[in-house]
Each structure stands twice: as C-alpha cells, then as structure tokens.
Design a protein. Structure first.
Length: 142
C-alpha cells in the first residue's frame, strides 16, 4: 500500500506518539521511512541565502535525526533522514514530492484558532496542498 512514508518530526515529546505508529505501519507495508525535521529559526530560514554557518539549533536537530534514524534502523526498518531549513509546511511538501513519498505522517496538538495564530499551524497548509494522504496522530496533551 505505502512504499515511502515521510515522517515530519518536531524534535519534541510529540514525536514519541508518532514514531510507534509509523514504525508499525512501515513494518506492515514494507515501507521506507524518510524522517524530516524542518529547522525554522532565523539562521535556518536564511541559511542558504546568507551563506550562514549552522546554528546550535540546527546541530541539535541533526543529532536528533541521526539518533532517531539509528533507533529505527535497529528495529529493522529502512530509514533515511533529512534536515530541512525554512518554512515547515513548504519544506515538508517539497521533501515529500522530491522523495516520491506516498504518505505524510505528522502529529497534531489539537489547538484551534487563537493558539494556531500564536503557535502556528503546520498541518493546515500541508493537508490542503499535499497530493498524497496525510496521517495525523494526536500528541499527548501537556
């Protein structure tokens, strides 16, 4: 059914809800996983344009991806990882299209309106513009 699943990671507690779901789905389907984290701080958003050095945030994100990739490979899964930089929805969609993914998996926090305006929402632009299915897993409430 699915051959390549993009897993949008936040580098936070919400990933703990998402990763078991996608690991099991990948096992059942024999799918590859593409882990993507989008660094979106000032340095990350201007990294290429201004030819900047990686920020501490970007280095920490890269280490997190490497650690998570190793853990999933140890479970026998085929996994690659990509650290993107910039606008999260745009980068997730670009990575999914470029890699030929047939599913995007991400977490939802369940905020609405005011919290989305303050905290931002990655899900809405992804689910409205994605050409493939989007799997949403509810993150635990804080």
């Amino acid at each position: 059914m699915y051959h390549r699943i993009l897993v949008a990671l936040e580098n936070g507690p919400a990933d703990e809800a998402l990763l078991p779901h996608v690991a099991e789905l990948a096992r059942l389907c024999g799918a590859e996983l593409l882990l993507v984290h989008v660094a979106d701080g000032w340095v990350a958003r201007n990294f290429d344009r201004l030819k900047l050095a990686e920020s501490e945030e970007m280095r920490a994100d890269r280490e997190y991806l490497e650690k998570t990739t190793a853990e999933l490979r140890a479970q026998g899964l085929q996994v690659t990882a990509q650290l993107a930089a910039g606008d999260p929805p745009a980068e997730i969609l670009k990575a999914a299209e470029t890699a030929g993914c047939d599913l995007i998996a991400m977490t939802t926090h369940g905020h609405r309106l005011l919290k989305d305006l303050v905290l931002g929402s990655t899900i809405d632009p992804v689910r409205h513009r994605a050409s493939m299915p989007v799997l949403l897993v509810r993150a635990p409430r804080k």
